[in-house]
Design a protein around this ligand. Structure first.
Ligand SMILES: [Zn+2]
Length: 369
């Protein structure tokens, strides 16, 4: 068996304050294709890095090839229990004042002329912040103007406020950054429901909307993958808008499902199917969110790991009570998972598996090991 080298993402340490305030270790899971025995195989790999003397060092790396042992969080042994994986998590709206944040950051410069022009721009930026809030109530962020003309400060100067005065350690806006960063329950990315929060994502990108660069309600905790997947995307119409964790709550309605495919193996295909009561725009938005953050891909990987751990158990159940006992067992798991979250990959997987006569009737034997 030939396997590729174990590689993990690289990153430089963000300094002692970051670790003191947030955490001393970072873990992430990602998928990639490797060659095993002459065939391409998709794996998920989890790495854990700790900070030592200002440098990130790899502490643990778990590779999970489909068919290998069930994926387990590297923190299981230390008591950390991963939260249920949900497709989208709502967060409380940040209560930090947009005005005080802007003024504090604007004053954080030794350039008197720049500071003065930023201060002169404050009232216009605050007016724009009000329109953002209004658009949030109607879910029409796409209608917001890309720029405020005739401001004393330029778009580049407004845009630079974020790295210069907010995300950088020790700067005036850093407490606001930290508060938003830490607002995600258990440090889980609200956009995908599975990655660890790594940065703040501008819901409306600062490259396009410079005047919202340090607006607290435009900043969302995000994992690295989601932040990278979204990049500079910005909505051009209402249906093009991904979910906004502060203003959308889609956890109460069922919209995530999957199909079971049993042919020369078992695989799951995830898709979204919004409930009848949703508007056309809501349906478009859930599909957009699913696509932008590549949820089908990551959910399929998690489900594949889950499947590989099921085969032995289902074989025993089938021997005892046939198809019905297998279906009942999977159905019970689906019910339990549904209570935790309607739209988790797990709920969709167990529900579909329990309803598949082919799978429960012996198709589970085709699960790759
Ligand atoms: Zn994410």
């Amino acid at each position: 068996m030939r396997m590729g080298p174990a590689t993990v993402g690289r990153g430089s340490c963000r300094g002692p304050a970051y670790h003191r305030d947030v955490r001393r270790e970072r873990w992430r899971t990602h998928t990639r294709d490797i060659w095993i025995g002459g065939h391409s195989q998709r794996i998920s790999q989890t790495s854990v890095r700790s900070c030592h003397g200002g440098k990130w060092k790899l502490r643990q790396s778990h590779r999970n090839v489909r068919g290998a042992a069930r994926f387990r969080s590297p923190r299981d042994s230390t008591g950390f229990k991963p939260p249920p994986l949900v497709a989208m998590i709502s967060l409380p709206v940040p209560t930090t004042s947009a005005r005080s944040t802007f003024l504090r950051c604007a004053a954080n410069t030794t350039n008197g002329d720049l500071g003065h022009r930023l201060e002169q721009s404050a009232k216009h930026v605050m007016l724009a912040a009000k329109t953002y809030l209004k658009a949030s109530n109607s879910k029409t962020w796409n209608s917001l103007p890309h720029s405020i003309q005739t401001l004393p400060a330029t778009d580049d100067e407004l845009r630079a406020l974020y790295p210069r005065t907010m995300s950088a350690l020790g700067r005036a806006g850093r407490p606001v950054y930290d508060a938003i960063f830490n607002s995600a329950p258990n440090g889980v990315c609200p956009l995908c429901g599975q990655g660890k929060v790594f940065t703040l994502d501008h819901y409306l990108p600062r490259s396009v909307y410079a005047h919202f660069a340090i607006l607290p309600i435009n900043l969302v905790p995000s994992c690295r993958d989601c932040n990278f997947a979204k990049r500079e995307r910005h909505p051009s119409n209402p249906g093009d808008q991904t979910f906004h964790p502060y203003f959308d709550n889609v956890q109460g309605d069922r919209w995530l499902f999957c199909d079971v495919i049993v042919t020369g193996g078992v695989s799951l295909r995830y898709y979204v199917d919004p409930p009848n009561g949703w508007t056309k725009v809501q349906a478009q938005r859930v599909a957009r969110h699913f696509e932008v953050f590549r949820l089908a891909e990551s959910f399929t990987t998690y489900a594949a790991n889950e499947l590989s751990s099921l085969k032995a158990r289902l074989r025993i159940l089938f021997g005892r009570g046939g198809e019905k006992m297998v279906a009942d067992d999977l159905g019970l798991e689906a019910t339990s998972s549904r209570q935790a979250n309607l739209n988790s990959w797990k709920t969709a997987a167990y529900e579909a598996l329990s309803q598949s006569k082919v799978f429960c009737g012996g198709g589970f034997e085709q699960i790759a090991m």
